[in-house]
Design a protein around this ligand. Structure first.
Ligand SMILES: [Mn+2]
Length: 319
């Protein structure tokens, strides 16, 4: 693995920096992307911030978030590409062909990271990629402005489940304290990011809860959504964020699953758990993620997908 110092040295060589993150962006992708992008911009660097799937409405309150471009990768002639929070190239597949021959700086915290970059910095102890970005800025001698601090706070607060997941460390809190010193007011951010839900999100959650099923021992709970549910709710993928936790957080449940059957015949599976290493299971089914939060995509009917996942979980549930 490379060091943040090596990455800072490369970024200091200047040129045009492209910063990007994964498809279906979450709070960590948008927060890390915006935090690093704005900081480098304010330091006088030429920066393009790009999120292929845009910015979910939930994060649109972030200042200067409109600087993040989306859909078609603008221009070329990039000196280097910073890929944030992407464990492998499939997480940025829509632009991979255009960037794969460029100098890629891979900064991430997923244990399944494939080290696909020219420089790789993967800190699996970080609660969020945003936590790593804070230390990169320190290495670059940049102190975060309020805009940067708010973006990094969103990255860290969302990816640690409001500082509740086991990835939350003393260091996570020390970084957060620095963001508070830079002016972050959590009460301004929390209700917008965590509490407020759109109608579409509530409607699709209702549909998901209607489909709730349990394994005979009650330790696995799952929900199934199909295209019709999505259409009737007016929901898009971003409205599903967090829905799987409703299955996980039921008394007696260890593993919560959300199966989302898509029109193209694939089923996207979201895994959340309290104790079981679902990252390992998702990985064995061609997906990836963390031990307590993971995902995969299966080409099958929804019911076959449920059976496949149950069989894959079975040996782990026995111990
Ligand atoms: Mn992350």
């Amino acid at each position: 693995m490379n060091s943040l110092q090596e990455i800072a040295t490369r970024l200091r060589t200047g040129g045009h920096t492209l910063i990007t993150s994964h498809i279906l962006p979450d709070g960590d992708s948008i927060g890390s992307l915006l935090g690093l992008g704005l900081a480098l911009r304010e330091a006088g660097c030429k920066v393009t911030m790009f999120s292929v799937d845009g910015v979910p409405a939930r994060y649109s309150f972030l200042k200067k978030v409109e600087l993040i471009q989306s859909h078609e990768l603008p221009g070329n002639g990039y000196s280097h590409v910073v890929a944030l929070d992407c464990s492998d190239h499939l997480r940025i597949w829509p632009i991979w062909d255009k960037i794969k021959d460029l100098f890629i700086i891979n900064i991430d915290h997923h244990p399944t990271n494939q080290n696909y970059g020219s420089l790789n910095y993967v800190d699996t102890k970080a609660g969020a990629t945003g936590e790593i970005v804070y230390f990169l800025l320190q290495e670059l001698g940049i102190s975060p402005t309020i805009e940067v601090a708010e973006a990094l706070y969103v990255a860290i607060a969302t990816d640690t489940g409001s500082f509740k997941f086991e990835s939350t460390s003393a260091r996570t809190h020390r970084v957060t304290a620095k963001l508070f010193e830079a002016g972050v007011k959590p009460q301004d951010i929390s209700s917008l990011v965590f509490d407020q839900r759109s109608r579409e999100a509530i409607y699709i959650l209702r549909a998901a809860l209607m489909s709730l099923r349990f394994s005979p021992d009650g330790r696995i709970a799952w929900m199934i959504l199909n295209e019709k549910d999505m259409e009737e709710s007016g929901a898009r993928d971003e409205h599903l964020e967090g829905a799987v936790n409703f299955a996980k957080n039921i008394e007696g449940v260890d593993v919560g699953l959300l199966f989302r059957a898509k029109e193209d015949g694939t089923v996207k599976v979201g895994f959340r758990s309290h104790n079981i290493d679902v990252g390992q299971v998702a990985h064995s089914l061609g997906g990836g993620g963390h031990a307590r939060a993971a995902g995969c995509s299966l080409e099958s009917s929804p019911q076959d997908a449920v059976n496949t996942v149950m069989s894959a979980l079975e040996p782990l549930m026995r111990d």
